[in-house]
Design a binder for this molecule. Structure first.
Ligand code: FES
Length: 79
């Protein structure tokens, strides 16, 4: 996505919302989130849950990831 100080809004939202712990699932979550926001810039919570449903996260319990994606969609730094 992006590197350095100018991270993509999704990367920034994941960091701000503690949506990555070990980071194993993070690339897939970010790609799923980007694909969702590319086709639906204002997703509902259900849309987000459905979009990331193919990815398993053993660390976060999903709530921080969902909140990060919704925050990125809303243009906010955090949920
Ligand atoms: S952050 Fe560890 S599996 Fe998702």
């Amino acid at each position: 996505m992006k590197q350095g100080p100018n991270l993509h809004q999704l990367q920034r939202a994941f960091a701000d919302n503690f949506a990555a712990q070990c980071g194993y699932c993070t690339p897939g979550m970010l790609m799923a989130a980007k694909a969702l926001l590319d086709r639906n810039p204002s997703p509902s919570r259900v849309d987000v849950i459905e979009a990331i449903s193919g990815n398993i996260c053993r660390c976060t319990g999903y709530e921080p990831i969902i909140n990060a994606i919704l925050a990125a969609a809303g243009g906010r730094a955090s949920a």
